[in-house]
Design a protein around this ligand. Structure first.
Ligand code: LLP
Length: 431
């Protein structure tokens, strides 16, 4: 049998993205009509899909003392943040810019956690002023620095130490963060001394312990490995009179890009609390900092074929999106599904789907079976996380707009950049 696109895979984010009469829809809006209204390339998000992902975390929160702080680096569009704030989410931030965005979107500062290895004085000040829940501290010098900033402001900074539990999250090396060789966290064998140091610093208030072992994790086991280390530490701290309020297991739950099966947040929480209860630590609040699993499959990058190029060595589909719009394929060799916006019964051939940027690394897919014609529209799947936020203006290309679909309605939540935007912050020489 000849393979055609109609035989191709279903959208990974079904039912929020689905075919109806051979046309691809996001909720009740056809992607074709979005391309006509907003042009291409364009990021398109489904509100119902975001709500569904949030609901899966709520299932965990309903059964256990869990707090979810959305890892907003995955997608920090103000409208997306507003939704999560309305639904009651907290936020995991990593910069003063993210703090500003979260507050602007209506976040409750008491549910904000500040992570990251290199916080600067102005960022710490702003977070203290806002009254955030906790700083996740990654080194002893940082501990002393936060103490000094808090002292100047005559405040106490709530802190948690990020421990590096040295476990293998079995994921891509660039997004694996809990191994000894990584720059993240405080090594297990220095953790007790670091807590004792924190206790001596008067402008710090110890409230928790934290780790984050990596991203796109598809098994529960690495979390339980990390948890075992944290439990041991919490018990040693308790023996020294240091009582904690929460244990933060970071983010990292994976999503389906192709055929992965990641555990549900509730299944993870069930196993985590079973271990905590067995260790007589069932009273601790557990914090999760999910990014990808809340937004990843809620978005696609819609792009149009500019030219088809058939050479002796292969077939290229040159599209109007490029590596500056979506960096993941070239940076991590990441797989993203590519769906035709209109299904065809023509014979598929293997295409390299590439962008117009002057680098061979500018590709979205290699040897992907597609039946294409000039000007066809394609939806690159699973682009809701680490898509737009990692985009740039490389090659002086204006960044694409972002559209949020809610049922039959489209909301433009970021306009397309203009050529003026590209140079807006620059100044010519005055000579
Ligand atoms: N918490 C901390 C401290 C983090 O560093 C991260 C992500 C998260 C939470 C959220 O992790 P998630 O649930 O999204 O896995 N750009 C890469 C991913 C980098 C993740 C960095 N840290 C990618 O496109 O795959």
């Amino acid at each position: 049998m000849v393979a055609t696109q109609a035989d191709g895979p279903n959208p990974v984010a079904a039912p929020f993205f689905r075919y109806q009469a051979q046309r691809l829809y996001v909720e009740d809006v056809s992607l074709q009509s979005i391309a006509e209204s907003y042009g291409t390339p364009v990021y398109v998000y489904s509100k119902a899909s975001l709500a569904h992902a949030w609901q899966r975390y709520q299932d965990a929160m309903q059964s256990h003392n869990v707090m979810v702080c959305y890892g907003m680096k995955a997608n920090s569009n103000l409208a997306v943040l507003q939704l999560f704030a309305q639904w009651g989410s907290g936020f995991d931030i990593v910069s003063g810019g993210e703090l500003q965005r979260a507050l602007q979107a209506g976040a409750d500062a008491r549910k904000i956690i500040f992570s990251g290895v290199g916080k600067q004085a102005w960022e710490i000040e702003a977070a203290l002023k806002a009254g955030i829940k906790c700083f996740n501290v990654e080194s002893i010098p940082e501990l002393e620095f936060i103490n000094a900033v808090a002292q100047k402001m005559a405040l106490q900074a709530p802190i948690s130490l990020r421990i590096n539990p040295d476990v293998d999250a079995q994921t891509h090396p660039y997004i694996s963060t809990g191994l000894k060789g990584n720059k993240f966290g405080i090594a297990m064998d220095q953790a007790l001394a670091a807590y004792e140091q924190a206790q001596r610093l008067e402008h710090l208030q110890i409230i928790g312990v934290d780790c984050h072992i990596g991203s796109q994790i598809t098994e529960i086991a690495p979390y339980l490995d990390a948890l075992a280390h944290l439990i041991e530490l919490v018990q040693q701290l308790r023996a020294r009179g240091i009582a904690l309020q929460h244990l933060d297991l970071g983010g990292g739950l994976g999503i389906r890009y192709r055929d992965e099966q990641a555990p549900a947040p509730k299944a993870l929480a069930d196993q985590v609390f079973a271990k905590l209860q067995a260790a007589d630590l069932g009273h601790l609040q557990v914090v999760f900092e999910p990014g990808r699993s809340l937004v990843g499959n809620a978005g696609v990058l819609l792009t149009q074929v500019l030219f088809l190029k058939h050479t002796a060595d292969g077939n290229f589909a040159i599209v109007d999106a490029a590596m500056n719009d979506l960096l993941r394929p070239t940076l991590y060799q990441a797989y993203h599904g590519i769906l035709p916006v209109t299904q065809s019964t023509a014979t598929a051939r293997p295409y390299d789907v590439v962008g117009p940027v002057c680098e061979s690394g500018d590709w979205f897919a290699k040897k992907r079976p597609l039946a294409l014609q000039d000007h066809d529209l394609l939806a690159i799947e699973s682009c809701g996380a680490y898509g737009f936020v990692m985009s740039s203006q490389y090659n002086s290309r204006p960044r694409p707009p972002e559209v949020l679909v809610d049922g039959a309605h489209c909301h433009l939540i970021r306009r397309r950049e203009t050529l003026e935007d590209i140079c807006a912050a620059e100044q010519g020489l005055n000579v």
